[in-house]
Design a protein around this ligand. Structure first.
Ligand SMILES: *Cc1c(COP(=O)(O)O)cnc(C)c1O
Length: 350
């Protein structure tokens, strides 16, 4: 197999594009010794709440393990199948609601908002909270609002693989609810209401000043980077729509293309073929959550979520990140095209 020419993600090149700014900030913060809960964090939180269109944002240590967080809170996760855009299907949500249901947690997967009009309608009608898992979708628009501003809370990840990322773990929670925000500030900091007094049992889940400062630097470029991702997505769609199933944008959606997921009946062969040409791809995700080990205790089994299961066999994520050159995008396009034209002319229809 040939050496990887086009990596699935290239964090080194990303860093180098803003290296000078980061090193300068690192030095400034280190010289002051302001590491935890400082001005840089407040500035970043304001930056994020302005950007997302919420009253507040709070920096925290990470995002959420969507199902695991529900279990950790003492509740029981109930899954719902997805639509062809990989996001939760509101019609199925309705059918799963019982008297015990407390909240709906839509995941805005791939950088695309879930169908929030319908989800908010259901939540209002049934008196349920909405918590958005927006880990993959910072900046994604839905009917001129950004994800993270629909529910009581929007959860974001700053993990290095996300569109806006720190140098390590980090996360953000957006909200416009005063009481929830006040509680959040205590919960992330050992339940402290000031230096000496503890009001409730909390956690240690803060966002470091250095990570927040890196976030502030990156916020200057976030829209430019998202635009470049959309540009690459358009290039893929224009050239590859006749060969494999492409993601589609509704006119009221502004996705940020965290991943670019295509569907192919010959997914595994296509993936191998591209790898042989030095093009790295990934599968997000090969095993649906209801078929993971801990979900067995919830009583789920194969066949329960046919859409998710069918997609898991066909999905393939192509490289998409701002630092990819047009030439590299062309190379990916040519790789996919030559796979279909050369070897799968007759069964390229999906
Ligand atoms: C990455 C991711 C998470 C987890 O984020 P962490 O910061 O690693 O806790 C949760 N949900 C989705 C959809 C993700 O992509």
């Amino acid at each position: 197999m040939m050496k990887t020419k086009i990596k699935f993600i290239d964090l080194g090149t990303h860093y180098k594009s803003i290296r000078g700014e980061i090193l300068e900030k690192f030095d400034e913060i280190s010289s002051r010794g302001d590491y935890i809960l400082t001005e840089e964090l407040e500035k970043f939180e304001k930056n994020i709440s302005n950007y997302c269109g919420t009253k507040y944002a709070a920096g925290v240590g990470n995002c959420i393990a969507t199902a695991g967080a529900i279990v950790a809170s003492g509740a029981r996760p109930v899954f719902a199948d997805v639509r062809n855009d990989y996001n939760i299907d509101p019609e199925i949500i309705e059918k799963t609601i019982t008297k015990k249901t407390k909240a709906i947690i839509p995941v805005h997967l791939t950088g695309r908002s879930a169908d929030m009009t319908k989800i908010m309608e259901i939540a209002q009608k049934r008196g349920l909270a909405v918590i958005e898992d927006a880990a993959q979708s910072i900046g994604a628009g839905y009917k001129n609002k950004r994800v993270g501003s629909f529910g009581i809370a929007g959860c974001f990840s700053l993990h290095p693989l996300k569109n806006l990322h720190a140098h390590g773990d980090g996360g953000l929670i957006t909200t416009s609810d005063d009481a929830f925000y006040e509680k959040l500030l205590k919960l992330r900091n050992h339940g402290l209401k000031n230096r000496d007094e503890c009001e409730l049992w909390g956690y240690n889940s803060r966002l470091d000043a250095i990570q927040a400062a890196i976030g502030n630097i990156k916020m200057k470029y976030i829209d430019k980077w998202a635009q470049r991702r959309r540009e690459i997505a358009s290039m893929y769609k224009e050239s590859l729509a006749e060969f494999a199933e492409m993601p589609e944008d509704k006119e009221y959606e502004e996705p940020v293309y965290h991943t670019f997921v295509i569907q192919s009946d010959n997914r595994d062969e296509l993936r191998r073929y591209l790898a042989e040409r030095g093009i790295e791809t990934k599968i997000h995700y090969p095993i649906p959550i209801h078929l993971q080990q801990p979900a067995k205790a919830l009583g789920y089994k194969k066949g329960d979520f046919p859409a998710a299961e069918a997609q898991a066999k066909k999905i393939l994520s192509l490289p998409i990140y701002p630092e990819l050159s047009n030439k590299q995008v062309e190379e990916v396009i040519n790789g996919v095209k030559s796979f279909y034209i050369g070897t799968h002319r007759n069964n390229s229809l999906f």
